[in-house]
Design a protein around this ligand. Structure first.
Ligand SMILES: NC(=O)c1ccc[n+]([C@@H]2O[C@H](COP(=O)([O-])OP(=O)(O)OC[C@H]3O[C@@H](n4cnc5c(N)ncnc54)[C@H](OP(=O)(O)O)[C@@H]3O)[C@@H](O)[C@H]2O)c1
Length: 96
């Protein structure tokens, strides 16, 4: 929508996320587009907690998806082009 960086804007209500008071604006900023995109994908897919899910690419979105999925109780598989992100992926909650 026009005005995304303005102080006020008009948006569809189902595109909005409520930010709890305990989360600062600085912390919430990192969850905007990347967080909403990955969270929506998890919420709207047919997989349910306990299912095995794979995250392709541990980048800006992928590292959030690994955290959301592992905390929601999915069995999380992180797929990367090398093993240099293995320690990070496991730290974020990936099982494999
Ligand atoms: N950032 C946002 O806020 C945002 C929001 C909505 C949508 N998007 C879209 O989501 C996509 C990912 O964005 P991002 O910010 O997460 O990008 P990113 O940080 O560059 O991460 C993309 C990951 O994809 C993997 N990758 C890159 N080239 C590959 C290749 N040739 N083969 C296999 N894997 C490859 C890499 O993972 P490994 O290094 O682990 O192999 C890389 O870390 C983009 O299309 C972007 O436009 C981004």
């Amino acid at each position: 929508m026009d005005g995304g960086y303005a102080e006020y804007m008009v948006a569809y209500v189902d595109s909005l996320s409520s930010i709890p008071n305990e989360i600062s604006v600085m912390e919430a900023a990192s969850l905007m587009c990347a967080g909403k995109t990955t969270f929506s994908a998890i919420k709207n897919c047919k997989a349910r907690p306990g299912d095995l899910v794979a995250i392709q690419g541990i980048g800006g979105l992928g590292h959030l998806a690994v955290q959301f999925e592992s905390k929601a109780g999915f069995l999380t598989l992180a797929i990367s082009r090398g093993n240099n992100k293995e320690a990070l992926a496991r730290e974020l909650g990936a099982l494999h």
